[in-house]
Design a protein around this ligand. Structure first.
Ligand SMILES: NC(=O)CC[C@H](NC[C@@]1(O)OC[C@@H](O)[C@@H](O)[C@@H]1O)C(=O)O
Length: 260
């Protein structure tokens, strides 16, 4: 009987220790990171012609995951509105898509430390009559549902007809076919669409108070602490700067993310 008890307790504690060891961040599947993202927010997160996810946020997060010892990182496309609820209910380990950290969002998920700041940009056609935020009155402007742009437009562009879309591609095609006079999205994505469809930017609004962060489910302190440390290490050793200059050439470098 004693031997049996001894064996059972050894088995139990080794299992217990084992369980803690191989999944310290409480991932859905140990050693595998499932990430909810967007496929149409180039150059932040997008699928290239081979269908692979790539971009600044994708490459930066993969680097961060590798620092946590996670080699397998899979990105899955979602509508933006679906990302935070899906991360909150454990369908994904993380949400990475230039997601600005805000108090409202922090009610649903926790965020890592910030890793990118920039501008919200009004993108338009040269023939639309939209030249700046003042000329948005009585115009129709598209936003992606659930974004900071949606909230900002509702609050600040009271005379503008704000139309919600599930994703950037749908909004951009509505702008190109004349259904909309403008769309409101992240600066680097606006520049990418402007280049591709001969569109023009009409206004850049700073969003420095809502840096992008990695969204994770609440109450995972070990996961958050590890992400924060890996993000800081990637900034300190120049990885962040190298990826920023690769994906946002010519854009001003936010000083706070450079080696101190
Ligand atoms: N992928 C998206 O469509 C995200 C749109 C929007 N991004 C805002 C933001 O996080 O984009 C990256 C940086 O410019 C941040 O300063 C900015 O708040 C948001 O969080 O709602």
């Amino acid at each position: 009987a004693l031997a049996a008890t001894l064996f059972a307790s050894i088995a139990f504690c080794s299992f217990g220790a084992n369980a803690a060891d191989n999944n310290p961040y409480g991932l859905i599947e140990p050693g595998h990171m499932r990430v909810a993202s967007l496929g149409d927010a180039k150059p932040y997160t997008f699928t290239d012609k081979t269908g692979q996810f790539t971009g600044f946020d994708v490459e930066f997060f993969k680097n961060v995951a590798h620092r946590l010892g996670i080699e397998q990182v899979d990105f899955i496309g979602q509508d933006f509105t679906a990302i935070l609820p899906a991360v909150a209910n454990g369908q994904y380990d993380a949400g990475v898509a230039a997601i600005g950290i805000t108090p409202a969002r922090a009610k649903t998920v926790d965020f890592s430390t910030g890793y990118l700041v920039g501008f919200l940009t009004v993108l338009t056609r040269s023939d639309s009559g939209v030249k700046n935020v003042e000329t948005l009155a009585n115009k129709r402007m598209g936003v992606v549902q659930g974004t900071l742009q949606e909230a900002y437009a509702i609050q600040h562009f009271k005379q503008t007809d704000v139309v919600r879309f599930p994703d950037n591609n749908a909004a951009v095609s509505a702008l190109n076919n004349g259904t909309l006079d403008a769309i409101f999205l992240d600066n680097e994505a606006a520049k990418s669409y402007a280049e591709r469809f001969k569109l023009v930017t009409a206004a850049d609004i700073p969003s420095f108070d809502a840096p992008a962060g990695v969204a994770i489910a609440k109450d995972k302190p070990a996961f958050k602490a590890a992400l924060d440390k890996a993000i800081k290490d990637a900034m300190q050793d120049g990885t962040w700067k190298q990826l920023y200059e690769k994906w946002f050439p010519g854009s001003p470098l936010p000083k706070q993310y450079l080696p101190q």
